[in-house]
Design a protein around this ligand. Structure first.
Ligand SMILES: CC1=C(CCC(=O)O)c2cc3nc(cc4[nH]c(cc5[nH]c(cc1n2)c(C)c5CCC(=O)O)c(CCC(=O)O)c4C)C(CCC(=O)O)=C3C
Ligand SMILES: [Fe+2]
Length: 346
């Protein structure tokens, strides 16, 4: 187990509130300069208050951190693991301060976000640049993991379990976070639309592995003004459409989310489930990786793969589907956001 030249792994996540007083300042952090309508913020705030002001995301990341440490210990990999969020405590800046104090000189970052887009990749790289630029620490980002075979196998297994609850005739709906059409088009580079294509690729791979032919991709958590086009169909509209086509049961597979955070427990488990019930559809939502020890082992594999590459070796870079392993660094114009010209890492 050789992680050289790295002397730490950093788990980089979104962050979420943990008590009612956190909710409004958290939303202010997330939406600073993003032009999100006030009504939407009130609505999203209510989702959080409905869960006692506590998002599940930080708790899951603590479990993932523990799973990573257990995995490293079991494998004899002596490498510290840190954790920092973009939008809430514990913040990235604090993780970097601690790493510098501990003498870390080179860190590999794993983002809890598997696909390409401004929101799911570049914005993380902007924030990592901002917090690390003045520090004596070199920062690398581990490659996108949407098409890592373990990621696809895990969702296949979770979807199979959910199918067993609803029945083999269920229609499988893969679900991810909607983004503005413009953000999708810029993902992977101007005009690429990589965000959508990566999701379609994972959806197809899971469907094939399950032997399912009735499947589709739908979106949740749209937040822009109605005037701005976002990726569609919305999951609720899509369920209505399916019910009108003689579908009687659905399985939602949240491939766009690596954990059961607020979008999953509210937008899918609460709202979409209520829609399905109203329409008389049998319903199950497949699990997400959360702190699955196999997910932690995949992160270790990505770390060791990158470490070997940095040492000048030629490690295997496992990937399934039509895209092949994503490059370790993004092109300069990858996932650009016209409103943001901030410098980035990787
Ligand atoms: C692609 C994507 C991911 C997946 C990749 C990844 O995981 O990073 C993701 C994750 C998350 N998004 C989260 C929360 C929020 N996202 C918002 C707003 C937005 N997200 C967007 C996209 C994404 N978001 C976009 C295009 C916006 C519009 C504003 C903008 O253009 O930037 C808002 C503002 C209110 C609203 O409008 O909903 C909130 C509160 C949480 C935490 C959940 C918890 O607390 O459990 C997580 C994990
Ligand atoms: Fe979001």
């Amino acid at each position: 187990m050789d992680a050289r030249p790295y002397d730490a792994l950093l788990l980089v996540s979104f962050g979420g509130p943990e008590k009612p007083e956190d909710v409004v300042p958290f939303l202010e952090n997330v939406t600073r300069g993003r032009g999100i309508p006030k009504e939407r913020l009130v609505e999203v705030g209510e989702h959080y208050f409905g869960f006692g002001g506590k998002s599940p995301i930080n708790g899951i990341n603590r479990e993932l951190l523990a799973a990573l440490r257990a995995d490293f210990a079991e494998q004899g990999l002596d490498l510290p693991v840190y954790w920092g969020n973009r939008n809430w405590d514990p913040y990235l800046a604090d993780a970097f301060e601690q790493m510098v104090a501990d003498g870390v000189e080179r860190v590999a970052c794993f983002m809890t976000s598997a696909y390409s887009s401004y929101s799911s990749c570049r914005q993380y790289r902007e924030d990592l640049f901002e917090v690390s630029n003045d520090l004596p620490i070199r920062v690398d980002r581990l490659r996108h993991h949407f098409n890592h075979p373990v990621f696809v196998e895990l969702f296949t297994e979770y979807a199979r379990d959910a199918l067993a609850q609803v029945g083999p005739d269920a229609h499988v709906v893969f679900v991810t976070h909607s983004v503005p059409d413009q953000m999708n088009e810029a993902s992977g580079g101007p005009g690429c639309g990589l965000y959508e294509h990566q999701h379609l690729s994972v959806a197809r791979l899971v469907s094939e592995a399950l032997g399912v032919t009735q499947w589709s991709l739908a979106y949740c958590s749209r937040s822009g003004p109605p005037s701005q086009p976002w990726l569609e169909p919305d999951i609720n509209d899509h369920l209505e459409e399916l019910a009108g086509q003689d579908v009687t049961g659905v399985v939602l597979v949240p491939i766009g989310f690596v954990a059961d955070h607020m979008e999953v427990v509210y937008d899918l488990d609460t709202e979409a489930k209520a829609t399905a019930e109203k329409l008389g559809l049998r319903f199950a939502r497949a699990a997400s990786p959360n702190a699955d020890p196999r997910y932690a082992a995949m992160i270790r594999d990505l770390l060791l793969e990158r470490a070997a590459a940095e040492r000048g070796e030629s490690p295997e870079r496992p990937a399934v589907g039509e895209f092949g392993p994503k490059a370790d660094t993004c092109a300069a114009d990858c996932c650009l956001n016209p409103r943001s010209q901030r410098p980035v890492i990787a």
